[in-house]
Design a protein around this ligand. Structure first.
Ligand SMILES: Nc1nc2c(ncn2[C@@H]2O[C@H](COP(=O)(O)OP(=O)(O)O)[C@@H](O)[C@H]2O)c(=O)[nH]1
Ligand SMILES: [Mg+2]
Length: 217
């Protein structure tokens, strides 16, 4: 009977653990911007400041730090295992190297989870659980993917028509010459040839990069 009873009713330690878990907070922070806009450097710097929050006063606007309630921060296994990890270790090694270098460019999405342990300020919560954990999931999100979001509303045919229409006028007319003349030569009734498709894709990518470069100047 006692055995059953103990399985059904949590011990005070289990109860405390459950309360603690329910009091924990979680924040997801997506950092986005086009390639080379500084996402990796910014995230590395933010993670570094949070990990070393106890050593200095570099985060004056972070209440937990400036009120002296921070108890420590550490990197934890991330919750979304299908997303590659943000390599803070690699980036900081490069930034702090001799000589220092900028982190190697990255192109895909990545994520890092930090657990920030802090003293509760709320008088009631302080009695139940003096130390809480704030989980911060920081996601390095390529801005180029956001630019593609309007595609969700288009079929492939509609998107192709739009691209073809934009290539009727300059500067895209000239920039797309190589790509357009290549695909005009492809016989669509023939069976699919991977090499032909790859070449079309390479030419389209080159055209697209040139359009982007032109928009930057
Ligand atoms: N001066 C300066 N340059 C930066 C800073 N952050 C990024 N950069 C430059 O911008 C480049 C791209 O930064 P990165 O974080 O890799 O961009 P991402 O592609 O958005 O991840 C770096 O290699 C640096 O040359 C910064 O805080 N100061
Ligand atoms: Mg990057």
């Amino acid at each position: 009977m006692n055995k059953w009873f103990s399985r059904l009713s949590p011990t005070s330690q289990q109860l405390e653990e459950r309360i603690n878990r329910s009091l924990d907070r979680q924040v997801k922070l997506a950092v986005t911007g086009l390639s080379r806009s500084g996402k990796t450097v910014f995230i590395t710097s933010l993670v570094h400041q949070l990990l070393h929050g106890l050593e200095g006063t570099h985060l004056p606007f972070f209440q937990i730090v400036n009120s002296g309630r921070l108890r420590g921060t550490k990197v934890m296994p991330q919750p979304d295992m299908h997303i590659p990890s943000f390599r803070y270790d690699r980036a900081i090694e490069q930034l702090c190297g001799e000589p220092p270098t900028w982190p190697a460019p990255t192109s895909g999405i990545s994520e890092i989870r930090l657990a920030v342990r802090y003293l509760s300020q709320n008088l009631l919560l302080k009695q139940i659980s003096p130390i809480n954990t704030l989980y911060i999931d920081i996601i390095d999100y390529p801005g180029e993917w956001l630019l593609d979001l309007p595609l969700l509303e288009l079929t492939y045919e509609q998107w192709s028509d739009q691209i073809a229409a934009t290539c009727q006028t300059e500067p895209r007319l000239s920039l797309s010459t190589a790509w357009r003349s290549y695909i005009n030569e492809i016989d669509a009734s023939e069976s699919v040839n991977e090499a032909t498709l790859r070449q079309a894709s390479i030419l389209y990518t080159a055209f697209y990069i040139n359009v982007k470069l032109l928009n930057m100047v």
